[in-house]
Ligand binder design. Structure first.
Ligand code: ZN
Length: 116
C-alpha cells in the first residue's frame, strides 16, 4: 500500500473524461474509469474527538486523533482497490489517496494500521 498526501493527491483528480467535471483516477494505472465500492468512517484515536460520521459505519481506524471518511474505489483498468481519505485535523479536512488496499491484502483493506 502507498499513501499519497499533499500536492501529490491532485494528480488523481482529473478532468480527462467529461470536460469541466473532475473525476477520480486510479493511483496505480492512471485509468479514469473507477467505481465507488464502499464509504465508511476510519475511527480516530481520541475517545472524546473521534466520531462515527452520520450515515456511515466503522470500516477501519486512523492514527490521527479525529476520525476520517474513507471512500473506497475499484479500478476498471487494473486490479487495484484504492481509497480517497478525508482526514479531519483541527479545523481542516486533509485529502489523501491510499493506493493498492484491496484484494492482495484484505486485512489491510479493513483495518489499516498507519504505523505498520
Ligand atoms: Zn487501475
Amino acid at each position: 500500500m502507498k499513501v499519497y498526501e499533499g500536492a501529490s493527491v491532485l494528480k488523481f483528480l482529473s478532468g480527462n473524461i467529461s470536460a469541466g467535471d473532475i473525476n477520480m483516477r486510479c493511483p496505480s494505472c492512471g485509468f479514469d474509469f473507477t467505481h465507488i465500492r464502499e464509504v465508511g468512517t476510519l475511527m480516530g484515536q481520541d475517545e472524546h474527538e473521534a466520531v462515527v460520521y452520520k450515515g456511515t459505519g466503522i470500516i477501519g481506524k486512523t492514527k490521527s486523533r479525529r476520525s476520517a471518511i474513507q471512500i473506497i474505489f475499484d479500478c476498471e483498468g487494473c486490479t487495484d482497490t484504492f481509497a480517497l481519505v478525508i482526514q479531519q485535523h483541527k479545523g481542516n479536512d486533509f485529502l489523501q489517496v491510499w493506493a493498492d488496499i484491496g484484494p492482495k491484502n484484505p486485512q489491510r483493506f479493513r483495518w489499516y494500521e498507519p504505523d505498520e
